[in-house]
Design a protein around this ligand. Structure first.
Ligand SMILES: [Mg+2]
Length: 254
């Protein structure tokens, strides 16, 4: 890698810098405990069923939780053991998502091997593009519930590793649906459109991470880590480069 050819790096968070499964495990545990406390359902049984359902479906959390709770055959409306009232399955699932999935505060999340070294190295690199010199900028851009994502960043001790951390939800954006998060980060770093080819966007999910950076003319790198690593990536969803893990980033010849 010739770091001096790159002005800025935009990193995804989940399954790129940290294993989302680590967070999910803790959140599933909390959801199981809540169902146990409120409805007396065995926490280990719930936990096992949530894990199995997520593995089988690999889709959005709400639908999975719906399937899990539906399995227990709860009759609605119901008043729980602590006096909470739920009129429908949907209301109970919404409660579990808010209090359980997003209410979970991880104490510590371990980033993937080599993450700190890679980020430190990139941040300490000087670029020299057509005689214009400066320090390379590094951003983290992440979709999803902003508070949850912020807790992950803190638990992984990544909060001081970036020049910019952008929680796209806070701005009503998402990487999946719009180029705005990438343009915003470039603007923050004062990088004009003509220099977008000197920006690298790194992520794991072909559905969210490469389409808009590709369209903007940025370079894209896919890391084959986490639950999306088996997904196909064609056309505009395809990255320019693919690596097995973040530590391999130094081997890319841009
Ligand atoms: Mg990701």
């Amino acid at each position: 890698m010739k770091g001096e050819n790159i002005l800025a790096w935009f990193f995804d968070l989940d399954n790129c810098l940290i294993d989302q499964g680590q967070y999910n495990k803790g959140a599933f545990r909390l959801i199981s405990d809540i169902l146990n406390k409120e409805l007396g359902i065995d926490a280990n049984l719930t936990f096992k069923r949530i894990e199995e359902t997520y593995k089988k479906n690999s889709m959005e959390g709400k639908k999975n939780l719906n399937e899990v709770v539906d399995y227990f055959g709860i009759k609605f409306p119901i008043i729980t053991e602590t006096g909470k009232q739920f009129k429908s399955l949907k209301k109970l699932v919404n409660y579990l998502v808010t209090e359980g999935f997003h209410g979970y505060i991880p104490e510590h999340l371990e980033p993937y091997e080599g993450v700190f070294d890679v980020l430190k190295t990139l941040k300490n690199t000087k670029y020299d593009i057509q005689g214009e010199k400066g320090r390379v900028k590094v951003a983290c851009i992440t979709d999803g519930n902003a508070l949850t994502q912020q807790r992950k960043v803190i638990a992984a001790e990544l909060e001081n590793m970036f020049d910019l951390i952008q929680y796209t939800e806070q701005m009503g954006n998402s990487k999946r649906k719009s180029a705005a998060p990438f343009i915003f980060a470039a603007d923050c770093f004062g990088i004009p459109k003509m220099h977008y080819p000197y920006i690298v966007a790194v992520g794991d999910n072909p559905l969210t991470d490469f389409k808009y950076p590709n369209k903007l003319g940025m370079k894209t790198v896919r890391v084959l880590t986490g639950e999306h690593s088996e997904k196909g990536a064609d056309g505009v969803y395809a990255p320019d480069y693919t690596i097995n893990g973040l530590s391999d980033i130094s081997e890319i010849k841009f």
